[in-house]
Design a protein around this ligand. Sequence first.
Ligand code: NAP
Length: 278
Amino acid sequence: MTLIDGKAVSAAVKERIRKEIEEKKLKIGLAVVIVGNDQASRVYVNNKKKACEFCGISSYEYALPEETTEFQLLKLIDDLNNDSSVNGILVQLPLPKHIDEKKIIGYISPEKDVDAFNAVNVGKIMIGDYAFLPCTPAGVMELIHSTGTEISGKECVVIGRSNIVGKPMAMLLLHENATVTICHSKTENLREVCGRADILVSAVGRAGFVTADMVKEGAVVIDVGMNRNEEGKLCGDVDFDNVKDKCSYITPVPGGVGPMTIAMLMENTLRAKKLQCL
Ligand code: NAP
């Protein structure tokens, strides 16, 4: 078994971006909007700001109080859409319950939608004609590529069908000619289906969900899950200790998919700038 080092792969991606921005003397701005006091969101936003600093991207933070109205947030998005110094707009999810997330995401200009959650960008991903890839699935693809594993023709199983991970993940694998199965909470014979996978991607959100009997000998196992175990420690969906000896490659949590998501956000922000300069 070989561990896939997400920190190293993401560091290489960020370094490539940093160099390109420096060499081309690009001025790039990313607006990061956070509403309310969610602690996890605060940590993610701080990490995104750090990555921006490293890459030479200016990050503009808009930290709004919990009681911000939908109208006020729409107004801010409108201003950012029209601000030429802002190349990318990221609204940290989840938003407070009184704000309609779909409406807010739909209001971000597709050319600045660096999370690729806007319906226009989601549609483009479906037809394989995309500018932005959703950050987490794109990060997973980079990790799989880093192993040199052939994807074309392989059986790939994605557990999870969310709009931000499972569905786009399946689509990216399909674009690379994999035979893809998407599993979810209503899937029958999950163990059997997963056991066929040459590449197994888990995006469920339950610690210890993927057990050794669900994994094919020699499979590549990618763990997108971010959970807390009984001791409160960060862990993925995969029962790592028991699965690791069965697979050819596996991502750890932490240090696997997580760092890649942020690196791909930097990539999308650079791409947004280039597209806006065309
Ligand atoms: P989500 O919206 O809650 O989706 C979870 C998916 O798992 C659903 O499609 C659900 O099926 C499926 N599921 C739940 N129980 C199942 C079961 N018993 N058998 C088979 N499928 C089952 O979560 P998400 O936003 O996609 O995120 C998934 C995980 O990835 C979370 O731990 C999240 O924190 C993590 N994540 C990590 C990153 C990163 O950067 N590393 C980024 C995003 C998310 P149904 O649709 O049938 O309910």
